[in-house]
Design a binder for this molecule. Structure first.
Ligand code: ATP
Length: 353
């Protein structure tokens, strides 16, 4: 699908398939087109070109009601004057059900989302996390064709978000429907998604499992977007390579890394090395296998410590070490990249290994 708003293209040639029972997260910076895709799937927006199919049926010209999607928004609007039970029952009036069937659906959804004890309360009398669970219950109660979530947890505090992520994931697992979740929050995507779609400026940069987008980012954008602390992306020159060792120049200083096999001669020249902050080991002395940095800012992160350091030529490097290494600010460190975890990107920023 492509979506233009006047001259502006918000979504460009996006091709995405979501399987039954699969959870796909759309992840990317603000304005990259995530919500527009969700709205086109829902029928709230018409694609400028392209089509939407539900189980093989072309639904592009159908209204949201005809598509029977269940959408959960960041601002889950519960009817304030209705009880939780009435809020849950409300969407069922559109379907011609007997009152016994309605009661049984409400009972099932309340049990799955643990709402049975608060069915008689009004929205003003329940907590944020409970409101969120009511919104999800209201979505699953209808037997929709698919679930669409737009930043569903962004209003919750960190602790609640963590438990809701697990709860929603568990509920979705049991329902065997396609689900698309829009989020800014990479942790939400990494924990809830079967596959993550990483977007930038209206296009898909990579689609893959959480492991694939983390361990094999296709380009420097995905590499820098996924993972905290952020991956180090070091501009280096590739000088020489054989099966045992590849030689780079970082700030004019030699850096030798075993890349597993010889790197193609065609890449000699400017490349980018991607090294996650956790993919370094400390060593006692300087050597061509190590990068020497001066530590500047030390951030304790519980069991680990994040060190922001700089090379002599001012290249910033982030390193995470176990808390036991009591590193001081100003200390000189020699850090060796774990060769198995080093990524190589060509001059255009695309992964080459
Ligand atoms: P956020 O994470 O901030 O919600 P998003 O990735 O969901 O962002 P969209 O809401 O899909 O982004 O918007 C994509 C781009 O399209 C933005 O630049 C936005 O300003 C623009 N846009 C969205 N809707 C319209 C509209 N109705 N008219 C004009 N431009 C629009």
């Amino acid at each position: 699908m492509t979506k233009n708003f006047g001259q502006f293209t918000a979504v460009r040639d996006v091709d995405l398939t979501v399987g039954a029972g699969e959870v796909v997260c759309l992840l990317g910076p603000s304005g990259c087109g995530k919500t527009t895709i969700l709205r086109m799937i829902a029928g709230l927006e018409t694609p400028s070109s392209g089509e939407v199919f539900f189980a093989g049926r072309n639904v592009t010209r159908l209204t949201p009601e005809q598509r029977n999607v269940a959408m959960v928004f960041q601002f889950y609007a519960l009817y304030p004057s209705l009880t939780v039970e009435e809020n849950l029952t409300f969407p069922l009036y559109a379907e011609k059900l007997s009152s016994a069937e309605r009661r049984s659906r409400v009972a099932d959804a309340s049990e799955i989302l643990q709402l049975s004890d608060i069915l008689g309360r009004k929205p003003s009398e329940i907590a944020e996390g409970e409101k969120q669970r009511v919104a999800v219950a209201r979505a699953i109660i209808r037997d929709p064709s698919c679930f669409l979530f737009d930043e569903p947890l962004s209003r919750l505090d960190v602790e609640l978000r963590e438990s809701m992520r697990a709860q929603i994931k568990e509920v979705l697992l049991g329902l065997s429907k396609p689900t698309v979740i829009v989020t800014h929050d990479q942790l939400e995507a990494l924990t809830m998604a079967d596959r993550i779609t990483i977007m930038r400026d209206g296009i898909i940069e990579q689609i893959g499992t959480p492991h694939e987008v983390f361990a094999q980012p296709q380009n420097v954008f995905v590499a820098s977007f996924i993972g905290t602390p952020q991956m180090n992306l070091l501009g280096v020159q590739l000088m020489n390579s054989n099966d045992a060792e590849t030689e780079f120049l970082l700030d004019g200083e030699p850096l030798k890394i075993s890349m597993g096999s010889k790197v193609s001669d065609s890449l000699f020249g400017d490349v980018t090395l991607g090294i996650r902050p956790r993919a370094f080991a400390l060593q006692d002395a300087a050597s061509p296998a190590a990068i020497t940095i001066k530590s500047e800012i030390i951030e304790p992160m519980g069991a680990e410590t994040l060190i922001h350091g700089r090379t002599r030529s001012d290249t910033e490097i982030r390193v995470v070490v176990p808390r036991e290494h009591r590193i001081q600010s100003g200390e000189c460190l020699h850090v060796i990249p774990d060769s198995g975890q080093v990524q190589l990107f060509n001059e255009q920023g695309n992964a080459v290994r």
